[in-house]
Design a protein. Structure first.
Lengths: 262, 249
């Protein structure tokens, strides 16, 4: 049986279950899979975190290097987020240049980090107009079993929260110091399956979904980024419902990113 | 060897004959092998070897992409070796470079020598190696991880492929180079062994050695590979051995 046919049968089954308010793995509509954050997984990085959401696994690494500020923002540092959906993580990915899916993950994560002012970029500036820290956040997906956006931002935040600025190595200061993190944005993704909005979709649920909605919230009660994806539609009431639920899940995941117990 | 002539060359061999991390010349770095470390792949493994951390995943036998590579009499074996941007001191720009492509090629060819590819005509066996933390010897760690991933995927092979690099450091032939030894040593010679036949299916060398030293290096490498082979077999037993009566471990 071809992959396309079995995926279609599974989609029908997932939608049938959703009509009764059920999910394939037995979760309720608002049950998030088990989340773990393991900071410091990679010691060659200046900060890193391995995040698992159920069977999804994402590794983020932070590297800080001296560079030049952009001409239009001479007093600000540079922050770059890059996600790689490598073929190791799922049979659907082919080797080659970044696919639109990887670019979407990178950009949604990047927007949340920027909008929440997670890092005060002016604090990264060494000499205005000449020298600044360039902060690279590289996201490596090891296992794609759904909900990459939430996992990617959580890994990025976990890595940033546990990063050290290598000031001694680059002879910019006498000693290394911890990277200052001011805000803690967390994404929460939902999919529409029939009339139900299910949190934290699996890979198969994403394939069956009639629309995906991601909301990033921070610890001071702000919504900092949103992204509607896949084919499908949401009413304004759907969006309000999702935002309310995103705040509740976000609170728990923020504590995990900081290294605490939920 | 990229830093010959650089200042601050560390002392690589103590007067007592111990290396920068306290190892003897014929001693391997600690190695941990986890078979089945990933969920989605048909077979997978995670290898921690010294300060290297390497994942390998195998998909297949499956349809060949791109289609024109398909062979009617056997499976094609494709390998992609990739390093994470944060795996090295200076951030590596993501994407394929010439070094990664060369390593991918010699690893794929090493496995073509041991996999029974003729059992699966018109398919592809895809090996993905991801280095998330690098400290010299990543191609060997990748080979070991990929061997375990192929075994985990149930792909029939003549044998597993243990691999190790031998080098010349402060005039001495040493086993399993770490980063400083690779950077400041005089030679680097990675190899992969088919233990059952005693033959090498990957062999590269860079640096300078005399004929006598090379012969010594080959013997030391084979000895190292045999030691690693035992660890590899043990890792498979740990994953697949049956437990006491009443179920699998």
């Amino acid at each position: 049986m071809s992959e396309e046919v079995s995926a279609e049968i599974l989609t029908t089954h997932i939608l049938d279950l959703a009509a009764e308010g059920k999910r394939l793995d037995g979760r309720g509509a608002d049950d998030y899979r088990k989340v773990t954050v393991e900071p410091g997984f990679v010691t060659s990085a200046d900060g890193s975190a391995l995040v698992r959401i159920g069977e999804t696994a994402v590794l983020a690494g932070v590297k800080l290097e001296p560079g030049k500020p952009f001409p239009d923002t001479p007093n600000a540092g540079v922050l770059t987020t890059n996600a790689e959906l490598i073929p190791l993580s799922n049979a659907i990915f082919e080797p080659g240049p970044p696919q639109p899916g990887a670019i979407e993950v990178s950009r949604v994560v990047d927007r949340a980090i920027r909008a929440a002012e997670t890092i005060d970029l002016t604090r990264l500036c060494v000499t205005p107009g000449e020298k600044t820290w360039v902060c690279y956040v590289d996201i490596h997906v090891l296992d794609h079993s759904g909900n990459l956006i939430d996992a990617a931002l959580l890994a990025a935040l976990g890595a940033l929260t546990h990063s050290t600025v290598p000031a001694k190595r680059f002879e910019i200061a006498e000693a290394d110091y911890p990277l200052e993190v001011n805000h803690f944005p967390v994404e929460c993704t939902f999919v529409r399956l029939g009339d139900t909005l299910m949190v934290d979709p699996t890979f198969d649920e994403e394939r069956a979904a009639q629309g995906r909605l991601t909301v990033a919230t921070d610890e001071v009660g702000r919504v900092v980024a949103m992204q509607k994806g896949l084919v499908g539609a949401f009413s304004p009431d759907d969006v309000k419902d999702v935002v309310r639920r995103a705040f509740r899940h976000g609170e728990r995941h923020r504590i995990l990113a900081k290294g605490g117990a939920p | 060897m990229g830093n010959v002539g650089a200042k601050d060359v560390p002392v690589l061999l103590s007067p007592e004959g111990l290396r920068i991390d306290g190892r003897k010349v014929d001693e391997l770095r600690p190695m941990k092998i986890q078979v089945g470390a990933l969920h989605n792949a048909d077979g997978s493994a995670f290898v921690e070897w010294g300060a290297n951390k390497v994942y390998a995943a195998v998909y297949g036998p499956r349809e060949v992409h791109p289609r024109h590579l398909q062979q009617n009499n056997k499976a094609v074996i494709q390998c992609k070796y990739n390093m994470a941007a944060f795996s090295v001191d200076e951030r590596k720009r993501p994407g394929l470079d010439r070094r990664s492509q060369e390593i991918s090629k010699v690893i794929a060819e090493a496995f073509e020598s041991v996999v029974f590819a003729e059992e699966y005509p018109r398919t592809s066996i895809d090996i993905y190696i991801e280095v998330v933390q690098a400290n010299a010897g990543t191609r060997c760690a990748g080979l070991v991880a990929a061997s375990m991933a192929l075994a985990d995927a149930g792909i029939p092979m003549v044998d597993l492929l243990p691999a190790v690099a031998v080098g010349k450091v402060a005039g001495k032939i040493v086993l399993d180079l770490k980063k400083e030894e690779d950077n400041f040593g005089e030679a680097d010679l990675p190899m992969a062994l088919v233990p059952q036949s005693g033959r090498l299916v990957l062999l590269q060398m860079e640096g300078h050695m005399t004929e006598e030293e090379l012969s010594q290096a080959l013997d030391l490498g084979v000895q190292g590979c045999r030691e690693i082979y035992e660890k590899m077999k043990q890792a498979l037993r740990d994953r697949y051995a049956l437990g006491p009566i009443g179920g699998s471990a």
